[in-house]
Design a protein around this ligand. Structure first.
Ligand code: DX5
Ligand code: ZN
Length: 221
């Protein structure tokens, strides 16, 4: 069965002073908008507090995929589902109640995502797979846009795809995804692609989203 490809532009490196316009440039051709929430504790960077994030989520014309890089993730994750995100991803390294937080997100009607950093292995989380709607394999250290894609994460993507089997679980990669790297990630089994700088640094962000999608689809099985 051919996997459906989803492209989710990250607004981290978009022009934040003109965000509505930046989002409108890609909304028509993108599946979701990826919103990076950083607290300067879990990662050494800060993006938006909950109030600022809520405004972005509620004015976004397409579905929002929230990527929570925050320390107190069990406390805050359900609130992101409540304010309308269609997908909420928590980090395995930040949660103390993995199943109950994933279930709470789902119960509020959002997809429950589990993200792992480059040094974290997927095998430790197979026992909670039934609570997961999306795995996020980080292909950079979380914290900043514009970093180099870690090719060595592709074996983890392959193993995750094998573990997923026939389950309807999405497999997302985030970090350094571009025209140079997306085919490799798709071939390894990813089907949801976050792209920040590749999209918003392009002269035509919408055309870039379409090119990324075509490349990913050309090698997906
Ligand atoms: C990094 C963020 C990413 C980031 C990706 O921690 O999670 O979503 O915006 O940016 P690029 O695509 O530039 O690597
Ligand atoms: Zn992200």
């Amino acid at each position: 069965m051919r996997r459906e490809i989803r492209i989710t532009p990250s607004i981290l490196n978009a022009d934040l002073s003109d965000l509505d316009n930046e989002i409108s440039r890609v909304a028509g051709v993108s599946d979701l908008i990826h919103l990076d929430i950083m607290d300067n504790i879990f990662v050494p960077n800060f993006t938006f507090d909950f109030e600022q994030a809520t405004k972005i989520i509620q004015s976004c014309p397409i579905e929002v995929d929230a990527h929570l890089m925050v320390a107190d993730v069990d406390m805050i994750a359900p609130a992101y589902a409540e304010v309308g995100c269609s997908s909420v991803t928590i980090h395995a390294e930040a949660t103390k109640n993995i199943s109950s937080t994933l279930r709470a997100i789902r119960k509020l009607g959002a997809r429950a995502g589990l993200g792992i950093k480059p040094a974290t292995s997927i095998e430790d989380y197979i026992d909670v797979i039934d609570d997961i709607d999306m795995f996020l394999i980080m292909t950079v250290e979380p914290g900043f846009g514009g970093q180099k894609f870690m090719h060595e994460m592709m074996s983890k993507v392959r193993r995750t795809r094998a573990v997923i089997g026939d389950r309807p679980i999405w497999l997302q990669v985030d970090g350094g995804v571009s025209l140079e790297t997306i085919a490799e990630a798709s071939e390894a089994g990813a089907d949801v692609f976050v792209a920040g700088s590749a999209v918003f640094n392009a002269p035509d962000p919408a055309a870039m989203v379409s090119s990324l999608r075509n490349l990913a689809a050309s090698v997906s099985d």
